[in-house]
Every structure is written in C-alpha cells, then in structure tokens.
Design a protein around this ligand. Sequence first.
Ligand SMILES: NC(=O)c1ccc[n+]([C@@H]2O[C@H](COP(=O)([O-])OP(=O)(O)OC[C@H]3O[C@@H](n4cnc5c(N)ncnc54)[C@H](OP(=O)(O)O)[C@@H]3O)[C@@H](O)[C@H]2O)c1
Length: 245
Amino acid sequence: MPDSPVVIVSGGSRGLGLSLVRRLLARGDRVATFSRSGSKDLDALAAIHAENLFAGQLDAADSDAIRSFVATTASRFGGIDHAVANAAIAHEGVLATTRDDEIDSMLAVNVRGGIVFVRECVRTMLASGAVKGNRSITVVSSIVAESGSPGLTVYAATKAAMEGFARSLARELGPRQIRVNAIAPGFLETDLSASLSDSNRARIASRSALGRLGTPEDVVGSIEFLMSEHAGFMTGQTFGVEGGR
Ligand SMILES: NC(=O)c1ccc[n+]([C@@H]2O[C@H](COP(=O)([O-])OP(=O)(O)OC[C@H]3O[C@@H](n4cnc5c(N)ncnc54)[C@H](OP(=O)(O)O)[C@@H]3O)[C@@H](O)[C@H]2O)c1
C-alpha cells in the first residue's frame, strides 16, 4: 500500500487550521502543524493520532524556527506532499489609527511568514528530485483581498499579496507538476472574527447569497479538493468560498 500523503498546515491549533488538521487525520494523512501556542483540541488529536500528527510551537515570524520545523517534518515523515499556508493575524481598525507595530506584525506573519513557510516546503519538495504524483500548495487568502473591507485595509493588503505570490509560484512550479492555488473564504465563525459586533455580523451574513457566516467546516472540503487529484489541472487560481456574493 502506498504511504499516506504528508500535509503540513501552518496555524493548526484553532479555527480553520484545526478543522483541516482534524479532517486530514481522520482520513489517514500524516499531518504536521505549528502555532505559537498549543490548544486542548490539538492535544486531544495528538492523543488519538500520536503516529500521524507532529505538532510544534513556534512563531510564523521566526524564519529559523520555520526552517527547522519543515526540515524535521520532512525527515520524520519522509517528505512533504502538500502545504497549506493558513496562519494569519488581523488587527482591525481604520488605517488612520493603525500603529506601525500592527502593520509590521501583519506583514511579518501573513506575508513574510507565509512566504518563508512555503519556500521551505518547496525546497523540500524540489529536493526529492523526481517529479512525483500529486503535490500542491494552498494559500489561505480572504474575500477581503478582492472585495475590500473598511477597518481591514492592511490585512486585506497582506491577503492580496499572498494571492499574487500564489499566482507567480504556480508558474514557477508548474513544470515540476506542483500546483499552487489560493482559497478566499468569506467571514468565518472563528476567533479571528470574534471581535465583530452583532450588527456587523448580521450585516455580513445578510450580504451573502446563503444568508449566513461560514464555518471552518464549510472551507475545509474546498481545501481538500484543491489538494486532491480531482484538481489535478487547476493551478494559479484563487477560489472564493464565501456563501455567494
Ligand atoms: N475567520 C475569518 O473570518 C476568516 C475569513 C477569511 C479568511 N480567513 C483566513 O483563514 C485563515 C485561518 O483563520 P482563522 O479564522 O482560523 O484564525 P484563528 O482562529 O485566529 O486561528 C489562526 C491560527 O493561526 C495561528 N497563528 C496566528 N499567528 C501565528 C504566528 N505568528 N505564528 C504561528 N501561528 C500563528 C494561531 O495559533 P496561535 O495564536 O497560537 O499562534 C491559530 O492556530 C487565516 O489565513 C485567515 O486570514 C479567516
């Protein structure tokens, strides 16, 4: 029987990343994930899937720590088949009152951290030499990269940057048959959106065709699809998962 796929997901302790890690483990994949802090939910998964889950604690802004985590993942599982750049932060507030440190931290985690994470995964994938079967990189963007949103200007800029990154990387890695796509969720019920007021939440929900905010489970299936052979001829694109605009 062939080995199960190895998937590395940044930011798997909560929210969308945690739901993805849970789904991948349930189908038998070998999964590595990191975040700054652990979580009880991730500990519970580690207790059940001790062999198949490798979880670390590190800051996505720390390039050395990412390099070491990706290298350890590859040596522990014998390579990396799929990478999902999911970890991100958002500071909400109008641009005029946004501080330098808030801008710096969003750029450091969402853009630099995402790019360094993907670069390390790509180096590992390319180091394995042969053009292997199904390999992919998925970048988690956001609906606001395209739609815009007041109070999320810098966050939206970081997500737009990562969509551009994914499009160019798809061209770079196409000859090696590594597909690169971005997924752009609408607002989700997670810690990241917890600060939304009830009226904002209702307004956002009423704007979508389906009339509700998304859940991580609404998005996980789309990421699974992009990783799968069913998406074998899809690369360099951004796919909206936002309940219809
Ligand atoms: N929630 C939404 O409405 C929404 C909408 C569209 C797109 N998205 C995107 O979906 C992805 C997941 O968002 P989410 O809602 O699941 O967010 P979340 O609930 O806040 O979870 C974010 C995850 O990333 C980790 N993380 C954050 N900063 C990190 C850092 N510096 N280093 C390492 N790990 C870090 C967090 O763990 P630690 O805090 O312990 O580090 C956590 O595991 C993000 O890319 C986000 O931009 C979210």
